[in-house]
Design a protein around this ligand. Structure first.
Ligand SMILES: O=C(O)CCC(=O)C(=O)O
Length: 303
């Protein structure tokens, strides 16, 4: 197996720029296997149900949908470079298959954001590894990054006080359609730091743009907010730890806009009773006083 670690120059480049492209990590037959997994029973029916080639789709919990994607998450061609960046013990925050509409429909773009804003942790030791299943350039919706932006720290992603998923304090001069395109071939892997500002334009090529994405964290990073998925916390390398590392950073907790919006405020700092009441008070202005009336499972039911 082809298993090069990152060179010192690559490590320096990652910490300087906040991203790295690993060329030719997966051979053509490995890419073919992954494409078949994406068309398999764990993914295709759900993809079609949610709009298929007409929509930008992030099919989460990918490792639980197909054993080939579980094997990929733990493949040393990914975990070894990630361990060089994050330390020996690695866990998953989320996994997903990301696809875009085949045509210029206006629905395939992801605006500027930092991944950390969606799931703040006690330290920013998280890196996204994107395994490309198709070639991608700017026309075909490749990732665009703002080099060095991971050094800005956590930025705001809010609209009228609610989490929007879009960075609302872009560095001066950053154009909505700017950034450095990461042109890639199928089998390449891009790595980006969880604080690196990135965006992904729509796919105007008429050809598919598929990728498998793993957001990987150092095992000692404790999640403060945002959703957990069925495979969140899956140990990918090394071991889980009871140690929590806290860094001196100030970050916004994503504030939920509505019951069906999948990012909640401090989800693990409120009990079910408090969470239901807080949500209802915030959104209807009516606080329940009778405990029997408390919407204990309001959020869970809405998911
Ligand atoms: O599929 C893409 O290119 C967008 C990925 C992205 O921005 C993300 O997962 O945070």
């Amino acid at each position: 197996m082809h298993l090069p670690g990152l060179s010192d120059a690559q490590l320096d480049a990652f910490w300087r720029d906040g991203f790295l492209v690993l060329r030719g990590r997966f051979e053509a037959n490995a890419v073919e296997t992954l494409r078949s997994a994406c068309e398999g029973p764990g993914l295709r029916p759900e993809r079609m149900r949610r709009g298929g080639d007409q929509k930008l789709l992030h099919l989460l919990e990918a490792t639980a949908r197909d054993p080939r994607l579980m094997a990929l998450a733990r493949d040393p061609r990914l975990t070894e470079p990630l361990a060089q960046l994050l330390g020996p013990d690695l866990a998953l925050q989320h996994s997903k298959v990301a696809t875009k509409p085949l045509d210029d429909t206006g629905r395939g773009a992801a605006p500027w954001h930092q991944d950390f804003a969606f799931f703040p942790h006690t330290h920013p030791g998280l890196v996204a590894a994107m395994v490309m299943l198709d070639d991608a350039d700017a026309e075909r919706g490749c990732l665009h990054v703002l080099p060095g932006s991971h050094r800005l720290g956590p930025l705001e992603h809010a609209d009228a006080g609610f989490f929007s998923g879009v960075c609302s304090e872009l560095p001066p001069g950053t154009e909505a359609d700017g950034g450095s395109p990461l042109e890639v071939a199928a089998g390449d892997v891009t790595l980006h730091h969880c604080l690196t500002l990135h965006r992904s334009p729509e796919n105007r090529s008429g050809a598919p743009r598929r990728a498998v994405v793993f957001e990987v964290r150092a095992a000692d990073a404790l999640q403060l907010a945002g959703d957990v998925w069925v495979d969140t916390g899956l140990v990918l390398r090394g071991a889980a730890t009871s140690q929590v590392r806290c860094e001196n950073l100030c970050t916004e907790l994503p504030r939920r806009r509505g019951a069906d919006f999948p990012y909640g405020s401090a989800w693990n700092q409120e009990g079910g009773y408090a969470r239901g009441l807080n949500f209802r008070t915030e959104h209807t202005g009516v606080g329940a006083t009778d405990p029997a009336d408390a919407p204990r499972t309001l959020l869970e039911d809405a998911r």
